[in-house]
Design a protein around this ligand. Structure first.
Ligand code: PMP
Length: 351
């Protein structure tokens, strides 16, 4: 604390990163990375960008990348906004679209950055509790508010909402921005992007960190009708007129274009998720139905923190949350089949 700090800074906590160990032998299932790595075509495009063009400034409009994203989703390039990871895209959305006199609604168990951004931007937030089975009850969102943000599938539960439910939510809130964070949608969820055509209040946010295995590159994007995208552009331009560096623009565009690698690797993740869910249930775990690249699971006889600690002693990292209602749970990233086997073998020694 310093007398030079604004009161908002005093309420913010420094980011505590998930462990990023360097020890090769650790099984790292704690930060929802994708074990298969980026598309070989994306790697080649990034190598070429490094070799040929780093003396030049990047394209300030990221046109080729926005065109690739637009082709993939069947929208126009000017309905696409790109940024340094979906975290930055979300931050711009909070700054650009949320009002200060009415609260933002979000689930009480959800991505932890939403309440942080609310504090940072001075926006009131109202947490809407999940049902007992950890699903989102959209009837509870039928109340006066300034905006709504939902991850679909939700994190860290992994549970998704069907498109019809999102459509009903949009119809009930025509005058508020509704942000759907689809960080994990490619692992079995239903994307709301097609709804952007008919709903001028919908912004859908995606990341290349999960299904494209490019967490280290920091690329995310938003899709919505032109006025919402323009609002994000205005905020971005006031920070930095370059949305992404040249390597990121080249690699992300090639990754988006490589549908074959995308389908093959996400298919492998989905298959391994099914196998891991079965193995955990066999060992007595309750596993929530996941549409993401992680599972959220608890064991009736073991505390979450103790389990995470015992796994760590066996060189397996998983994520544990201290929040009371979910303190029994572990969030386990879907790794390769071999990594998941090592997790299950470690659990056999513990539970
Ligand atoms: N939204 C959700 C729900 C997430 O879990 C994450 C990843 N932690 C993000 C957004 C941000 O991802 P990135 O900034 O890597 O695009």
């Amino acid at each position: 604390m310093s007398r030079f700090w604004s009161p908002i800074v005093a309420t913010l906590s420094p980011y505590v990163a998930g462990e990023q160990p360097r020890i090769d032998d650790l099984v790292k299932l704690n930060t929802n990375e994708n074990p298969y790595g980026p598309s070989p075509k994306a790697l080649a495009a990034m190598r070429a960008a490094v070799a040929d063009s780093l003396k030049l400034y990047p394209d300030p409009t990221a046109l080729a990348l926005r065109q690739a994203i637009a082709r993939r989703h069947g929208v126009a390039p000017d309905e696409v906004f790109v940024g340094n990871g979906s975290d930055e895209v979300l931050a711009h959305a909070f700054a650009a679209l949320l009002k200060h006199d009415r609260p933002l609604l979000h689930p009480d168990i959800t991505y932890s950055f939403y309440p942080t951004y609310c504090r940072l931007f001075g926006i009131a937030a109202e947490e809407i509790p999940l049902r007992d089975d950890f699903t989102v009850d959209l009837a509870d969102y039928d109340r006066p508010c300034g905006a709504i943000i939902l991850p679909n599938p939700n994190a860290p539960t992994g549970i998704g909402l069907p498109l019809a439910a999102i459509e009903a939510l949009l119809a009930g809130h025509p005058d508020q921005p509704v942000v759907i964070d689809e960080a994990y949608v490619d692992f079995g969820g239903e994307s709301a992007v097609p709804l952007t055509r008919g709903h001028d209040n919908l912004l859908v946010v995606h990341t290349l960190s999960k299904s494209r295995s490019l967490a280290g590159l920091r690329v995310g994007y938003a899709i919505g009708q032109r006025p919402l995208i323009e609002a994000l552009e205005r905020v971005k331009d006031s920070f930095n007129s370059y949305p992404l560096d040249r390597v990121a623009q080249a690699g992300a565009a090639a990754a988006i274009d490589d549908a074959e690698w995308f389908d093959e690797t996400r298919g492998r993740v989905i298959e391994t998720r099914g196998r891991l869910t079965g193995a955990l249930r066999q060992r007595g775990f309750e596993v929530l139905p996941s549409q993401a690249n992680f599972v959220f699971a608890r064991h009736p006889d073991h505390e979450g923190a103790a389990l995470a600690g015992a796994l760590r002693e066996r060189a397996v990292l998983v994520r544990h949350f201290a929040k009371p209602r979910i303190a029994d749970f572990l969030r386990i990233t879907i790794g390769t089949p071999e990594e998941c086997d090592r997790l299950v073998a470690a659990l056999e020694e513990i539970v």
